[in-house]
Write a protein that binds this ligand. Structure first.
Ligand code: FES
Length: 184
């Protein structure tokens, strides 16, 4: 049996009508195998609620007629799926070959230092003590020609350096959440 390295949080999320509509749309795209809809549904849930709770596992498994363990297996396998809330500002650093060779692991360590993201939130996510920042590795972001690549929330940054990070942090402190133009 595959289980996460930390227990899932209970979660009090209540999917609304729009969420249900999107979920139905996704499930409808896989008429031959509802199981194939599991990963897209997990992404949908995480995008909506920020992380995957116990309730997410129950809701998705019921929706697809699967055992909860089948959903847990996916959560355990894919590093981009999180079982704890991320920070208000979330750094995702690519750790795949091109980016690793271009220094993404060093950049990851520098970001953690800058943000004070020392507390493990499980599943490879590090959080700052006040929960403002989270830092995690992800697999290839399809920006290999401009390594090292990272994302900050939904925004992509190519040829990222600690200078890029400092600018993002300075802007986030000044504006509350915005972090600039991206792609640079
Ligand atoms: S290897 Fe990092 S974006 Fe592809």
């Amino acid at each position: 049996m595959v289980v996460p390295d930390q227990p899932l949080l209970p979660g009090e999320e209540a999917p609304g009508a729009e969420f249900e509509r999107k979920a139905d749309e996704i499930v409808g795209q896989y008429p031959a195998s509802r199981r194939s809809a599991a990963l897209p549904l997990l992404h949908l849930w995480q995008k909506e609620f920020g992380f995957l709770s116990q309730r997410a596992v129950e809701w998705i498994s019921e929706r697809l007629g699967l055992q909860p363990i089948h959903i847990l297996e996916l959560i355990t396998f894919y590093p981009m799926l999180r079982i704890r809330p991320g920070g208000r500002i979330n750094f995702k650093v690519c750790r795949t070959l091109s980016c690793a060779l271009a220094g993404s692991h060093e950049l990851f360590a520098q970001i953690r230092d800058r943000c004070g993201a020392t507390a493990s939130a499980g599943h490879g996510i590090y959080l700052s003590p006040d929960g403002t920042y989270s830092v995690e590795f992800v697999e290839c972001l399809a920006l290999c020609g401009s390594a090292p690549a990272m994302m900050v929330d939904e925004e992509e940054f190519e040829r990222a350096t600690i200078g890029t990070v400092d600018r993002i942090l300075a802007e986030s402190l000044g504006s509350g959440a915005s972090h600039g133009e991206g792609k640079g």
